[in-house]
Design a protein around this ligand. Sequence first.
Ligand code: APR
Ligand code: ZN
Ligand code: ZN
Length: 374
Amino acid sequence: MKMTAAVMYEQGLPTPYAESGPFRIEEVDLEGPGEGEVLVEVRGAGLCHSDLSQVAGIRKRTLPVVGGHEGAGIVREVGKGVTQVKEGDHVVMTVVAGCGCCRPCIESRPVLCNGITASRAQGLLANGMRRISRNGEPIYHYSGVSSFAQYAITLPGSLIKVDPAVPLDVAAMFGCAVVTGAGSVFNAAQVRPGQNVAVFGLGGVGLNAVMAARISGASEIIGIDINESKFSLARELGCTHTLSATSADLVTQVKDLTNGGVDFAFEVSGSKAAMQSAVALTRKGGQVVCVGLGAFGDMYQYDHASLVADEKVFRGSFMGSCVPERDLPRYLKFFQDGKMPVDKLKSGTMCFDQLNHNLDLLDRGEVVRQVLLP
Ligand code: APR
Ligand code: ZN
Ligand code: ZN
């Protein structure tokens, strides 16, 4: 079938993206669904900071590629052998589709699945197939999702059913922003009632960490950003304090508020400076959870003796260390019960032609989540 999609041919184009145009809006061919595959009509696709990183070329991708890794839609056709979803189901699309049989998958850590890591790098679906082309030339999939398109061919493992009562432009944000931010708190840190947290970066992902910390019963939830326009929404969603990342006495302020430092600091901006502050304002025995994708090659130093004496823990958390089929229904229930007002993260909607301009808005920190309605 023919469909409209946002295709990226080159990484590392200069800003402003509204002028250099990293995404070209084109008619492409979509084949399938083949055996074990699902055709989804995309009804919402969120624009995430990782899309900016992809456009900037922080990690090389197989090109050309249809962008988008956060989305939701309606199942329109299922291939032979698919039993998990059926035509008409509303679904959230996620990049975490573990094979189910490698060692990380068996240990309930599908974000580390050996198989999806390899297929993601090659721009293929996890079954090794590629279903997009243009004039007979190959176009690749982005993380098995490619939601910046009218339709997507995905594998059932990438799809989580969602109650049709949840608007699909809101459901879209569950695929990355919600699962990544909330999962860093619930799965990676496992924050307990009364503990203190700091969240660096109050974007779509960081604000989900804030909401999850509130649900966990954290006592002080300190939101930190370089952009103070993010503070009012952050307070509405659960921050007890908001502080500027550029303030000279940031570490002292946080230590004063938390009797010596936070139990958990979440780095959700991908910034090296934020990571260094996060380490400094975490109390002895506390944990630094690194969620934002930094630039490849960024390195950190830490004093060996202090590591021993202070017992700080450093850990990464990718995609909220999630098990999608376990976690997404829980988060969707939180949303439906009013505990996680994810709809407030949606700054607006856009059509294909506004995608490049919206990269600029996100880059300048002027929006939280813009959702593409293909
Ligand atoms: N300290 C604190 N906040 C910072 C800093 C810093 N040094 N640098 C940037 N920020 C803030 C920005 O002002 C913005 O509010 O981090 C926030 C990032 O938000 P978004 O651009 O909306 O990014 P988001 O989609 O939430 O993703 C955050 O998670 O998935 C990863 O790759 C993604 O690294 C990205 C991170
Ligand atoms: Zn696996
Ligand atoms: Zn993302």
